[in-house]
Design a protein around this ligand. Structure first.
Ligand code: G6P
Length: 368
């Protein structure tokens, strides 16, 4: 058992630590040169549909749905295509409007989630072109889509998804660059956009090397009954994912919210016992997030901030800060989620929970 877990105590911890290598595997053979091309062999024969695409609908469940939200922001920002993200379980029971030139992308680690598969069939029946982003090769969802992007990150066994999340985001990044090149044959990807993704594995490693700092924070808050995760922009899905990780494996009630929505409800929950985890990296919403932090502090809340390296200003405003390396805006979620995965893991272990097999949850939900 210990051998299977590569010397780690749990599959989840092993998979968290595998992320630098997982992303290298995902990029292997796909990222060439400093300006491209980006090779995505699974999309060969789909160029015409992708060129004509006017709208993208992303369908997924759970953590994959959170990665889909990041994908939405990314595709809209980089490619300027309108994107919607839907819970597969909702999409399948609506009468969704699928116009000509709509591409539906199903995201699934396992490739076996029943709701996602059913939603794909519904979209296909209405004439949508299908793609998938899956980890498991030959899975039902990958076969149903016919084409797509495989993550190539090896099996994920821990019930709480970790490496699949960061890999799905990286896949969306490569897909965005691929579409930019496809739409404009003369386009040269700025070299910094390529180096941004190439340097991500090492940056993840520097975070993992400081796992102890997160362990210390976990010790302080392990007995809390509630936690609130707040982020804006690209870090809003990360707030959702951080909260999901915590509730899945530690059974602590946690909510993720877009930070500015706090004043429409969650602010009522804040007291001196409430840890609030802010993802407050230096991006376009940084100034706004600082205001949100002040609102929480002035009500006595305890603030843990995930901040950008070198940000000392924030250290004075919060109770705990964990710094992550700088990266390009759209890739921040890949880094900002890592400390939240570790925080959930350590809180759960300190509470004596079985992190690889949390109660009532399954690795893949193959029934409705
Ligand atoms: C279950 C798992 C989650 C996963 C979700 C979607 O709830 O416990 O970790 O995110 O299913 O699974 P999929 O394989 O479709 O990504």
């Amino acid at each position: 058992d210990m051998i299977e877990k590569g010397g780690y105590k749990h599959f989840m911890l092993k998979e968290i630590h595998e992320q630098p290598q997982a992303l290298l595997n995902l990029m292997r053979g796909r990222v060439d040169g400093n300006h491209g091309p980006i090779k995505l062999g699974g999309l060969i024969n789909r160029e015409k549909e992708l060129l004509e695409a006017k709208r993208i609908i992303i369908i997924a469940c759970g953590t994959s749905w959170h990665a889909g939200l990041v994908g939405e922001y990314m595709l809209e920002e980089l490619v300027r295509l309108p994107v919607e993200v839907e819970y597969a379980s909702e999409f399948r029971y609506r009468n969704p409007i699928i116009e000509k030139n709509t591409i539906v992308i199903a995201i699934s680690q396992s490739g076996e989630t029943a709701d996602t598969l059913a939603a794909m069939r519904q979209a296909k029946g209405k004439g949508a072109a299908m793609l998938s982003i899956c980890n498991v090769v030959g899975s039902s969802i990958a076969r149903e889509a016919g084409s797509g992007i495989y993550l190539h990150i090896g099996p994920e066994i821990g019930v709480a998804s970790t490496k699949a999340f960061t890999a799905q985001i990286a896949a969306f990044y490569l897909f965005s660059l691929y579409l930019l090149l496809l739409k404009n044959k003369d386009y040269a990807i700025p070299p910094e956009m390529i180096s941004a993704i190439r340097t991500i594995p090492d940056k993840i490693q520097t975070i993992l090397d400081r796992e102890k700092e997160i362990g210390e924070i976990a010790k302080i808050y392990k007995d809390t009954n509630h936690a609130l995760y707040l982020g804006r922009g690209f870090n809003y899905p990360v707030a959702l994912e951080g909260a999901l990780k915590l509730k899945e494996i530690s059974y602590i009630h946690a909510e993720g919210y877009p930070a500015a929505e706090m004043k429409h409800g969650p602010i009522a929950l804040i007291d001196k016992n409430m840890p609030v985890i802010f993802i407050a990296t230096k991006d376009s919403t940084y100034g706004k997030i600082l205001n949100n932090i002040e609102e929480v502090k002035s009500r006595g809340g305890k603030v843990i901030a995930i901040a950008t390296e070198g940000d000392r200003k924030i250290t004075e405003k919060v109770d705990h800060v964990f710094h992550i390396p700088e990266t390009s805006g759209v890739l921040i979620p890949i880094l900002s989620v890592i400390p939240l995965q570790l925080l959930a893991y350590h809180m759960a272990v300190l509470r004596g929970c079985d992190v690889d097999k949390p109660r009532n949850l399954a690795k893949s939900v193959t029934v409705e």
